[in-house]
Design a protein around this ligand. Structure first.
Ligand code: GDP
Ligand code: IMO
Ligand code: MG
Length: 420
């Protein structure tokens, strides 16, 4: 069997959680491949909303295995709160969840370093979620990280102390003078909690599962424009959010990648700092924010909103080798008299359809206007019920990208999903 990969094509929050949950019945295993508690994946069913940060979005389905892959950075404190908030019996979560021994740990000092670093950047701050992501991946790349598998070593406390003391020396340089006692107490209690869960050599486990014919869905976090290599660097996250990241974040050979599902909103949003070519600072942007409830799932920050950016979408499709597109939040655009799509940029006086190295070099944007629709589509459950203007919009995107749009999402609930 091959492994299907589902990932975000924009700046995150495209609706990955909702779709992974909706698709889980077709799979045996859902495996998150990167990121950490910076992610906020929302799932709604039976009138209840759940926000997941570390746990894969298949967790609410009976009989399915969810794997936290080696590509993640795990904060045990967040993990504990998250399991408590699921509304599931802990025994059930233990049955459904496996944690890679090779996943890295976020220490309390990683969070403090994240905050200190952001403050030091002043106006140029990344707009990090302050969950310790950057410093934890920095330690991983610097070969000083602690991993889930290290928790079982007899000398784990000493390893921890050496790491935390080194972080403290850096923090003192930033003027930090508090002691860590309370944070460390909470962290070690949470580590004890995390150790009740099943750990696994996820690479071997997935290999065996695929050989036995099990279907695996790899779940990404963040989005392609936040990727450490291909995003709007340095305003990005610290992991590989792209399809290649599913290989390194789970231990999957590239030849085993199957379908690549690319998720995008019918418009664009971004939370945090950094370039966002189609951003709207006007009533249209506010209407998207209000109707789409565009406030961060993890931090509650208002999301910046703007029209669909085709050069950026095509770039993300290219980098990931997307085979199917899923359009999310189509319902939010109802009521706009015109739907605008950025089809190219002007850079150095020339019209270009490729992303320039520096997005700040974009002088102006070239839009195409498509007719809007005025009916509420939130209740639609089949393709035939959708208004012709929305079908026309989808047809335009398919023609431009050469990739079929096979799911249209018209509301946050699991059921508000139209399969073509
Ligand atoms: P993720 O990080 O990609 O999983 O996305 P988030 O959960 O952070 O943000 C997506 C938000 O949009 C959540 O509040 C979802 O409940 C909501 N949502 C998902 N799909 C739809 C949709 O089709 N229509 C509307 N109106 N909301 C949606
Ligand atoms: P999901 O998985 C949207 C953004 C932050 C910041 C930048 C770096 O829910 O789509 P970090 O904390 O990673 O150092 O922050 O990345 N960011 C996200 N934006 N959705 C996310 O995840 C994000 N995770 C990080 O706002 O701009
Ligand atoms: Mg999110």
């Amino acid at each position: 069997m091959k492994i299907d990969i589902l990932l975000g094509l924009q700046w995150g929050d495209e609706g990955k959680g909702k779709i992974v949950d909706a698709l889980t019945p077709e799979y045996d295993i859902v495996a998150r491949f990167q990121g950490g508690p910076n992610a906020g994946h929302t799932i709604e069913f039976n009138g209840v909303k759940h926000v997941l940060h570390l746990i894969p979005s298949g967790i609410f389905h009976e009989g399915k295995i969810n794997i936290i892959g080696n590509g993640l950075v795990i904060d045990p404190v967040v993990f504990r709160h998250e399991v408590d908030s699921l509304g599931l019996d802990i025994g059930i979560v233990r049955e459904r969840l496996l944690i890679s021994l090779k996943a890295h740990l976020i220490l309390p000092t990683h969070k403090l370093l994240d905050a200190a670093h952001e403050t030091s950047l002043g106006e140029s701050k990344i707009g990090s979620t302050l969950r310790g992501i950057g410093p934890a991946y920095t330690d991983k790349a610097a070969r000083g990280g602690l991993r889930v598998g290290d928790l079982y070593r007899k000398d784990f406390r000493e390893l921890y102390r050496a790491r935390a003391d080194e972080h403290l020396r850096t923090l003192r340089g930033y003027g930090f003078s508090d002691d860590l006692k309370d944070l460390e107490e909470e962290w070690f209690e949470s580590v004890g909690y995390l150790m009740q869960f099943r750990t696994v050599n996820a690479d071997y486990h997935l290999d065996m599962s695929l050989r036995e014919g099990r279907r695996v869905l790899a779940e990404g976090a963040q989005g392609t424009m936040l990727d450490i290599d291909f995003g709007t660097y340095p305003y990005v996250t610290s992991s590989s959010t792209v399809a290649a990241g599913a290989c390194t974040g789970l231990g999957i050979a590239p030849a085993l990648a199957g379908e690549v599902f690319g998720i995008f909103k019918a418009y664009c949003t971004r939370v945090g700092s950094g370039p966002f070519p189609t951003e709207l600072d006007d009533a249209d942007g506010q209407m998207m924010r209000d109707r789409g409830h565009e406030y961060g799932s993890t931090t509650g920050r208002p999301r910046r909103c703007g029209w669909l950016d085709l050069p950026a979408l095509k770039y993300a499709i290219m980098i990931n080798g997307v085979t199917r597109l899923f359009m999310m939040k189509a319902d939010v655009l109802a009521g706009f008299s015109e739907i605008k799509v950025c089809r190219s940029y002007t850079v150095g006086g020339m019209e270009v359809s490729e992303l320039p190295y520096c997005l700040n070099d974009i002088e102006s944007l070239n839009y195409i206007n498509l007719p809007g629709w005025h009916c509420d589509i939130a209740g639609c459950r089949s393709w035939s019920e959708l208004p012709p203007e929305l079908k026309n919009y989808i047809g335009y995107i398919e023609k431009e990208t050469g990739v079929p749009v096979t799911i249209v999402s018209v509301g946050p609930d699991r059921s508000a999903t139209i399969y073509r």
